[in-house]
Design a protein around this ligand. Structure first.
Ligand SMILES: Cc1cc2nc3c(=O)[nH]c(=O)nc-3n(C[C@H](O)[C@H](O)[C@H](O)COP(=O)(O)OP(=O)(O)OC[C@H]3O[C@@H](n4cnc5c(N)ncnc54)[C@H](O)[C@@H]3O)c2cc1C
Length: 557
């Protein structure tokens, strides 16, 4: 079988040869390194490779070819080799006008290499990273589980999602396929109870619960500790960071998570604004690493275990879990996040990060120059996002299901929207579908009054339809619309009148229950970003130390 290909194209033959030779020296043993110096020749070579079923791992394409722009070549090449990682070769230009910015944001390229390149720093390290990402999408040589189910079955999909979030290699067979039927038969099972999960050691489960799945992959679902220094509720970015800091600083730490680690961030295919990852990182990968880090520092990680109540008894905080167990902690850090309302359109969910974005536009705005973009939502955040985008985009359309903005948006924003020439509002309209393979190309809109569908070209869609903090289980702390008040807000913005029980002022991030801290998205006035949740997590541990030191001092005194 032929080696996979690293393909280089630049219409300057000297540059193409230099890149090909440099790559050949490092990767030549495992990959065929090949190149072309014209778009026509390049496309012909790639067509031949596709016809011969030779895999292309990486496409490195000069951005400024005379015959054809690099992004267009990438699009054509990628349609023949959809698994290949797409790399733009560009002149070194760190200005905001660099073509890389638009190509990456719109999902037209995955990475870039600047020319001239430095071998060890730019080229070899970069290409190794691209190849590692490429290898992730290839089927694993060893599969820990076999899953047999129905593609459209809800519990089958939940099972597949859980295994994916735990980074467990598995093979899926439909119950209707020959292989699926054969496996069921071997186990003496029928397709009436699905999904079936078979571990590599033959251990078989029929329609397993989330807790059984977590245990089968080696996770812990039961807390066997009665007392600890700190309990952290929730294993999203905020809770995981608190766990890393608390455990690494010697606090006995227990993390209780309702589902599996990752939180909302874990469902984001691509987080582009987290510092240190210029090409973005999948939320799953980022939070998986943080979870492993917390565990390596000694945190007890308990999954599939919702916390149902919290109360303070003397100096201790009693945390109860859904299985009836309880744990006494000296301090508690609450990080339950919010449940963002999702649009629930399958094809759009698959394009999150590649033209479809939940939340306000920030790093993406620049790339919207001369594009037609859409915003779903009718609240202030949707209005602000639309206005912000209108400064760059050719045209912005707000898609609003109701018949007016006035019910949900501040008047000043409505007036600004009305006078912005390239911003339109489509009332009584909803987004029902999305189109595009690598990135969003078009949307289907439905006029709810006329029940009429229309397909419109769209380079990006921003979804801002609100979220709800997951704090219903926490009636013992002060909240505002469910968001937990902390620090000065506990005494200043008290809406419940429950008050603050101590003479000292609450610490920043401390809730109305002394010694209980709230972090991340569920905190009142939080920024709803991964980096800010992470910042909260680290800060809360510092404050927890302060609280514990004062408690110890009070006892000693
Ligand atoms: C699709 C999507 C894409 C996003 N993209 C970006 C992006 O690109 N950049 C960015 O900065 N931000 C992004 N965000 C926002 C970002 O993910 C959140 O700001 C961040 O995850 C908040 O972290 P958190 O830890 O506070 O809460 P969460 O991530 O919501 O985690 C909370 C955790 O607590 C658990 N939990 C809740 N209640 C309980 C309970 N009672 N007991 C035990 N556990 C409980 C939940 O199961 C969850 O795992 C995105 C969000 C979504 C939904």
């Amino acid at each position: 079988m032929s080696h996979p290909v690293l393909f280089v194209i630049d219409d300057d033959p000297g540059v193409m040869r230099a890149m090909r030779d440099d790559l050949g020296r490092r990767f030549g043993e495992d990959f065929q390194v090949t190149g072309a110096s014209s778009a026509a020749a390049g496309l012909a070579t790639l067509r031949e490779l596709a016809d011969e079923h030779v895999t292309v791992a990486v496409l490195i394409v000069d951005h400024k070819m005379c015959e054809m722009p690099g992004v267009e070549f990438l699009a054509r090449a990628h349609s023949m080799h959809p698994q290949a990682k797409r790399v733009l070769l560009v002149e070194r230009d760190y200005s905001a006008r660099s073509p890389v910015i638009q190509a990456l944001t719109l999902g037209q390229a995955d990475y870039h290499i600047s020319k001239p390149w430095m071998l060890e720093q730019d080229l070899y390290r970069g290409v190794s990273e691209f190849l590692a990402e490429w290898a992730k999408n290839r089927s694993a040589a060893f599969e820990l589980f076999h899953v047999i189910g129905r593609l459209d079955g809800r519990s089958t999909n939940e099972l597949r999602e859980l295994l994916t979030r735990f980074n467990v290699p598995f093979h899926f067979d439909s119950a209707d396929s020959a292989q699926g039927r054969r496996l069921l038969e071997q186990k003496g099972l029928t397709a009436t109870h699905l999904p079936v999960m078979i571990r590599h050691d033959d251990y078989t489960m029929v329609d397993p619960t989330p807790a059984q799945i977590v245990e089968a992959v080696g996770g812990s679902t039961r807390n066997d500790i009665d007392k600890c220094d700190v309990v952290i509720v929730g294993a999203g970015p905020a809770g995981l960071t608190a766990a890393v800091y608390a455990a690494s600083e010697g606090l006995e730490t227990v993390v209780l998570e309702e589902a599996v680690s990752g939180g909302q961030a874990g469902s984001s295919p691509m987080i582009r604004n987290y510092p240190g990852f210029p090409y973005g990182i999948s939320g799953h990968e980022l939070t998986r690493r943080a979870c492993e880090q917390a565990w390596i520092f000694g945190a007890h990680m308990v999954f599939s275990q919702p916390v149902v109540s919290l109360e303070t008894v003397g100096d201790e905080h009693i945390v109860r879990t859904a299985d009836g167990h309880q744990i006494a902690a000296r301090t508690v850090i609450v990080a339950p996040g919010i449940a963002w309302r999702r649009l629930g359109v399958h094809r759009l969910e698959a394009l999150v990060g590649s033209g479809v974005f939940y939340g306000a536009a920030s790093c993406e705005t620049q790339a919207m120059e001369e594009r037609d973009v859409f915003v779903v939502g009718a609240g202030n955040s949707a209005g602000q996002t639309a206005l912000h985008l209108a400064q760059r985009a050719r045209h912005v359309t707000m898609v609003v299901r109701g018949d007016s903005l006035a019910r949900s948006m501040s008047d000043y924003l409505i007036r600004e929207i009305e006078v912005t020439p390239n911003l339109a509002v489509r009332l009584n309209t909803e987004v029902t579908d999305g189109h595009g393979i690598e990135h969003l190309d078009a949307l289907t809109l439905r006029d709810v009054l006329q029940d009429r569908m229309e397909q419109v070209p769209a380079a990006a869609l921003f979804i801002l339809i609100g979220g709800e903090p997951r704090t219903q289980w926490l009636p013992t702390v002060q909240t505002d619309h469910g968001y937990i008040l902390t620090g000065r807000d506990v005494v200043r913005d008290s809406v419940t009148g429950a008050g603050w029980p101590l003479d000292r002022a609450p610490l920043p991030l401390e809730t109305s229950m002394p010694g209980v801290f709230a972090i991340g998205d569920a905190r009142y006035r939080s920024l709803k970003r991964v980096a800010s949740a992470v910042g909260d997590g680290a800060t809360a541990v510092r404050l927890a130390h302060e609280y514990l030191a004062a408690q110890t001092g009070a006892h000693a005194g």
